[in-house]
Design a protein around this ligand. Structure first.
Ligand code: 5GP
Length: 223
């Protein structure tokens, strides 16, 4: 049957760069972990950072932890897709094999700030899906930050200031989701991902499928 070979080809698609940004404490890390656990087609882009490792974090899993000299070397060697100063430390997305993997249909999740998101959009607008997560209120954000025992009061205050600054960039994102309930927020984030995957321009294999459906060669483009 003709459809038997058409289907796998029709499912061929270009990968996407799924960006989740939010002020720290809005629940982005929880949502990221849920997404990575639930969806085998998306992989975390592990960032490089000069900030010290926190308890429970693992090198190469949460971040690649490097010293200033190593970060300098990577900047000089043009090893970063984007990088930025955040909370007095530097963070960057290593280029690695991302471009080639996108072509093969691999999706990547980026947990990066607004500065990094801007750089990705400038370089690769077609592939980037920018999503911003908002806390339900500023009081709730403070409560969540205070619940993190590992940070001092001074750090919490600095993060509240940064949170307001980060939130001010919300309108540079295509999608905005309020995290009033983790389950609802997660469901919305998944809906965004699912819908973006089936955008016509990402479905590079669909043209052959449509041609076959129509039984003629008049369909020449999916753009
Ligand atoms: P944390 O130190 O709490 O893990 O992250 C602090 C902030 O840095 C978060 O807003 C996070 O999204 C951002 N961040 C993490 N990795 C990167 C990166 O590679 N590039 C940029 N621009 N921001 C990052």
């Amino acid at each position: 049957m003709a459809g038997e070979h058409a289907l796998p080809n029709a499912l061929r698609r270009r990968g996407l760069m799924f960006v989740l940004s939010s002020p720290s404490g809005a629940g982005k890390t929880t949502i990221s972990r849920m997404l990575l656990a639930a969806d085998p087609e998306i992989k975390l882009s592990v960032s490089v950072t000069t900030r010290p490792m926190r308890p429970g974090e693992r090198h190469g899993v949460d971040y690649h932890f490097v010293d200033d000299a190593e970060f300098d070397r990577m900047v000089e060697d043009d090893d970063f897709y984007e990088w930025a100063h955040v909370f007095g430390h530097r963070y960057g997305t290593p280029k690695g094999h991302i471009r080639a993997a996108l072509k093969e249909g691999q999706d990547f999740l980026f947990d990066i700030d607004w500065q990094g998101t801007q750089q990705l959009i400038q370089k690769d607008k077609q592939d980037v899906v920018p999503v911003f997560i908002l806390p339900p209120s500023i009081d709730e954000l403070r409560r969540r930050l205070e619940a993190r025992a590992q940070d001092s009061e001074a750090v919490i205050q600095a993060r509240m200031d940064r949170a307001r600054a980060e939130i001010s960039h919300w309108d540079a994102y295509d999608y905005v989701v309020i995290n009033d309930s983790v389950d609802l927020c997660f469901a919305r984030v998944r809906e965004i991902l699912h819908a973006e995957r089936i955008k016509r321009r990402r479905q590079t294999g669909i043209i052959d499928f449509v041609r076959e459906l129509m039984g003629q060669s008049a369909v020449t483009t999916v753009a």
